[in-house]
Design a protein around this ligand. Structure first.
Ligand code: PLP
Length: 391
């Protein structure tokens, strides 16, 4: 009988050798062998099966990172999963594995700002051209594809503005033209949506967020299909990107409760969304309004929604936005999200960057809320109190 992923996350990685329900943290730079012949034997095994957890040096990992890779590959339903020291490391690894000088890439306009800066600015110096597509108009993909296009990089939903996209159609366009596809799936995680299953070549999750879930560790995962594996494997070897066994252990510990936490983030976020949707000055950037394109696209691909949402707020006075956020007592002010706690930020240009397709009017502002695991009633009453300042 195939176990559900919820059961798998609780029962996996037991260590009967040390008699612990959790795997050991194995720290190593030198991997030690009993003889020289054993080193060669292991190296042969690695050549035969590069995914099999055969190491001759600590940069390739240890049993702790290998166990995490196996768990994530099961969750992603992927051929393999690479680990990086941060989520952004996985963005870098995905892109660098497949693009070369002279290539072009197409990137979702509302992509995470460091991804935008990396592709638009940094890659330009390597003669790689980036074009941005409109997440709600896929003609801007077809029209911008040339014989040089190597990769379509999706982030769904978009950072800060939360655009849900017609993902199968993006994959279809790419496959027709033999173009690689990568997606940043940090918002949903493969618990709510599995990109490799619908045909993406690469799927990124910042493990810093929901995987670890406790705002105390950083990491990234890059799940791949068989086609992308050989490209990423080669690049991974030479970049020196490696997740530490201690961080891998903390991420693995977080994964035990990923399902429980995400379900609670979702139910809290839905209650908060229902409350906020009553305010005429606020447009919710969250899959809530059933007749919207965003909701339809979310429903088509996702099994659930996490705790991160945007509010597009129309106000005469910009200061009232600041007052609103500063009056919140249960929402912390700070970057990142996906931990157990609620957070709030005003998303200005430094967070959003200059977009090609966002028509934000002068009197419109974006506030990002991360809805944590507190009691939803307390969060709603905190928001209710602070919203008096929105004028
Ligand atoms: C959507 C998304 N992708 C990637 C990252 C980068 O992850 P990390 O902070 O672990 O490098 C972030 C971080 O905020 C993010 O929001």
């Amino acid at each position: 009988m195939k176990k559900s992923i919820n059961t798998f996350l609780k029962h996996t990685a037991k260590d009967f050798h040390n008699q612990s329900v959790n795997p050991p943290v194995v720290r190593a730079s030198t991997i030690i062998f009993k003889s020289l012949q054993d080193i060669r034997k292991m190296q042969k095994k690695y050549k035969k099966d590069p995914r099999g957890g055969h190491f001759d040096y600590g940069r390739q990992g240890t049993s702790t990172t290998h166990i995490l890779q196996k768990i994530l590959s099961e969750l992603e339903e992927s051929y393999h999963t690479f680990l990086t020291p941060t989520g952004f490391g996985s963005v870098f690894l995905a892109i660098f594995s497949v693009v070369r000088p002279g290539d072009e890439i197409l990137v979702a306009d509302p992509v995470y700002l460091p991804t935008r800066l990396f592709t638009e600015t940094f890659l330009k110096d390597f003669k790689i051209k980036t074009k941005f597509y409109n997440p709600h108009d896929l003609k801007t993909i077809s029209q911008n594809i040339t014989s040089k296009t190597k990769l379509i990089f999706v982030e769904s939903p978009g950072s800060n503005t939360f655009e849900f996209q017609d993902l199968s159609n993006i994959v279809k366009i790419a496959k027709n033209k033999k173009i690689f596809t990568a997606i940043d799936n940090t918002w949903a995680t493969p618990y709510f949506f599995k990109p490799i299953k619908i045909g993406f070549d690469m799927s990124i999750v910042s493990a810093t967020k929901y995987y670890s879930g406790h705002s105390d560790v950083m990491g990234g995962s890059l799940a791949v299909n068989k086609k992308a594996f050989k490209y990423v494997e080669q690049t991974n070897k030479i970049t020196g990107l490696r997740l530490s066994p201690d961080d891998a252990y903390l991420i693995l510990r977080g994964l035990r409760t990923l399902d429980i936490r995400l379900e609670k983030h979702q139910s809290n976020a839905k209650k908060v969304a229902a409350f906020l949707s009553k305010n005429k000055k606020i447009t919710l950037l969250y899959p809530y309004k059933k007749d919207s394109f965003n909701f339809r696209m979310w429903k088509k691909y996702y099994k659930g929604a996490s705790g991160l949402m945007g509010l597009r707020i129309k106000v005469k006075n910009k200061n009232s936005i600041k007052k609103f956020i500063n009056s919140l007592k249960l929402f912390g002010y700070g970057y990142s999200w996906g931990g157990f706690e609620s957070l709030a930020l005003h998303q200005e240009i430094v967070e959003r960057g200059y977009r090609s397709y966002l028509n934000l009017k002068k009197d419109e502002h974006i506030v990002r809320l991360h809805i944590g695991l507190e009691d939803a009633k307390d969060l709603i009453s905190d928001l209710k109190n602070a919203m008096k300042h929105i004028k």
